[in-house]
Design a protein around this ligand. Structure first.
Ligand SMILES: C[S@@+](CC[C@H](N)C(=O)[O-])C[C@H]1O[C@@H](n2cnc3c(N)ncnc32)[C@H](O)[C@@H]1O
Length: 275
């Protein structure tokens, strides 16, 4: 449900127009976007959210976009204190503090989609692993042999390790470090490599070379203008080819919105060999 829906009886039409639709719930935390002009109505907005969402204990106002290498947005607390919470999805629990690490409940469907593609015994690499949601959902819903997650943000890695324990999973390993340094040192090949860093994945494509098993897949996330959506599979295949990696895009879907007319896309790339 959008913030506009929650507030449609409380604000007038002009005020409703000022609201962004975006409204996210992570565990007991609600994340909202309230423009400065509407801040005098803050208490009304807070009570409308609390009346509809009884579990909410903290409300964060997003005041800066997801930014920086760690991809964390800036927030202002407008209700409650606690910013650490447990998000639940697909029978998994994720301890997370969205003011310190990246986490999006909006990717929940995508995590389940990928997990269902994983076949028994696969070895999976999750680059840019965050607090571990892709790695852990894969381990929980499928039967991989091993899932390795690599993440740079020290705090996210701490949560990732706590989340492995929280979900009683044994075949997931969290490695702290820069994928550019860690991935070349990883031994063996992977049946599946995830690259969930849509703002910069292109800079890391070269790391995939020599790391995918025959018949394996790469799940590549990227931002693209809606106008160029149709040419995206070819564009991504060419990016890989420039790095000597032959892939064929077998599937593409929109899995989020970044800005007006700019979406997050995932492409499933079948690995055909290295040049
Ligand atoms: C968009 S977030 C995705 C996190 C996680 N996969 C998820 O879906 O919740 C990208 C993550 O990549 C991490 N990151 C950025 N550059 C990195 C690098 N060079 N090596 C490893 N992790 C990196 C950030 O700290 C951030 O947690």
């Amino acid at each position: 449900m959008s913030l506009k829906d929650v507030l449609k009886d409380k604000l007038n039409e002009e005020e409703l127009k000022l609201l962004r639709r975006s409204f996210e719930i992570i565990g007991h935390i609600a994340i909202v976007e309230i423009p400065e002009e509407l801040m005098p109505k803050k208490d009304l907005i807070v009570s409308a959210i609390l009346s509809r969402h009884k579990n909410v204990k903290t409300i964060l106002r997003k005041i800066g976009e997801v930014d920086g290498v760690f991809r964390v947005a800036s927030y202002q607390k407008i209700y409650g204190e606690e910013t650490e919470t447990i998000a639940k999805e697909h029978g998994c629990r994720f301890l997370v503090d969205p003011t310190k690490v990246y986490f999006s409940s909006k990717l929940s469907f995508e995590r389940e989609r990928i997990a269902k593609l994983v076949k028994e015994g696969e070895r999976v690499l999750v680059m840019f692993a965050g607090v571990g949601p892709f790695a852990i959902v894969i381990a929980k819903l499928s039967r991989p042999k091993e899932v390795i997650g690599v993440e740079l943000n020290k705090i996210a890695v701490e949560y990732f390790r706590r989340n492995i324990k929280l979900n009683k999973i044994e075949n997931v390993v969290a490695i702290e470090g820069d994928v550019a340094e860690v991935v070349p040192k990883l031994e063996g090949k992977f049946d599946r490599i995830l690259m969930p860093a849509p703002y910069s994945a292109e800079n890391f494509v070269h790391l995939v070379k020599g790391k995918v098993s025959e018949g394996g897949f790469i799940h590549y996330y990227t931002f693209e203008s809606q106008n160029f959506e149709r040419s995206l599979p070819k564009k991504v295949e060419e990016i890989f080819l420039r790095h000597g990696i032959i892939v064929r895009s077998t599937f593409m879907r929109r899995c989020g919105n970044f800005a007006p007319y700019v979406n997050r896309y995932v492409l499933d790339l079948k690995y055909l060999g290295d040049l």
